[in-house]
Design a protein around this ligand. Structure first.
Ligand code: AMP
Length: 306
């Protein structure tokens, strides 16, 4: 039984008010895999060009990430994305999107991935996401999907179809409002849930995340950090920590999802400390449990009601 991850593997170039990176390794699938492999094995589905460094693929293999589902198109170029963050480090402008190999990506699920129990659909065209679901012979125990406003603008029908096939949707607050047409996040979650996903996670950047399921709500904080260096991939890292905790514990109850959100938030708080995937590569088990403990301290209090 396994965790299958679908997502972009990319080159990114990032500008923040505090610095600028050259072309570095990025991509939603890359962040998810680096994060999730702290907890469980990962079976990766993606596509790269001949320019993607073999050393990067080797580094992921060495962490227990299976790459049989990663297509290498030798004569083509890897997906490239460039973004510039505003002073608040929360909002950004996309400067360049070169789809390259991602333009006509047709994922193929290898036979060795058919034991998929947990499926993480990273942010990609919704038709690509649903094609992976359709190739699986058995329905996974849990399908989690990430998406973004871009797909709401250009592929809403495909997005609604994919939504009808998944269990959990992760979006940020503005995307939840756009998708539902409702400013209230509570009503937005109800409306999104009616489209398919019985669990809705709404991310609020530095203000944490909300989990909605039927009439239950859980609110998780984000760790207040002195410095945020590069927020790129924070959402993907959050997703990786969330699904990897569920896959490791094999428990998809609301209660365990609360813990999974804290694990995702803790890992995301590391991701922003350095450019790209750099911080995730050097993480130790002790650092991860220390950070999860900080979250517990952050939101635990005693109260006696009279
Ligand atoms: P996040 O900061 O969590 O939104 O994710 C940023 C990552 O998503 C970057 O590493 C990009 O390479 C990747 N990315 C940006 N736009 C797209 C897109 N249209 N499709 C797939 N991946 C993307």
């Amino acid at each position: 039984m396994s965790l299958v991850v679908v997502g972009s593997m990319a080159f990114d170039a990032i500008e923040t008010p505090f610095g600028k990176s050259d072309k570095i390794i990025g991509g939603a699938g890359t962040f998810i895999a680096w994060c999730a492999s702290n907890f469980t094995g990962v079976k990766q589905i993606s596509v790269v060009g001949g320019d993607f460094p073999q050393s990067e693929l080797d580094a992921l293999s060495a962490r227990g990430v299976a790459l049989e589902g990663v297509q290498i198109k030798k004569d083509e170029k890897t997906f490239f994305w460039s973004g510039r963050y505003h002073m608040d480090m929360n909002t950004r402008d996309t400067l360049v999107t070169e789809l390259n190999v991602l333009g006509d990506f047709k994922p193929v699920v290898p036979d060795s991935y058919q034991d998929c129990e947990f499926l993480m659909l990273g942010n990609l065209a919704p038709a690509v996401q649903s094609s992976v679901i359709k190739q699986l012979k058995n329905k996974p125990k849990l399908i989690v999907m990430d998406t973004m406003n871009f797909w709401m603008d250009i592929a809403l029908d495909d997005l609604k179809h994919t939504l009808s096939l998944v269990d959990v949707l992760m979006v940020n607050d503005s995307e939840a409002r756009q998708l539902s047409g409702d400013y209230s996040l509570v009503r937005a979650a109800q409306k999104i849930s009616a489209m398919g996903p019985k669990f809705v996670i709404i991310k609020k950047g530095e203000h944490g995340a909300l989990l909605f399921h039927e009439n239950q709500i859980f609110s998780a904080p984000a760790l207040p950090l002195e410095d945020v260096f590069d927020p790129t991939g924070a959402g993907d890292t959050f997703a990786g920590g969330f699904i990897a905790h569920l896959a490791k514990t094999k428990d998809i109850s609301f209660n365990n999802m609360k813990t999974a959100i804290i694990v995702g938030s803790a890992l995301a708080s590391f991701a922003v400390e350095k450019f790209g995937t750099e911080r995730l590569r050097s993480l130790t088990k002790e650092e991860i449990s220390g950070r999860i403990n900080e979250f517990v301290q952050l939101s635990t209090f005693d109260i006696s009601l009279v």
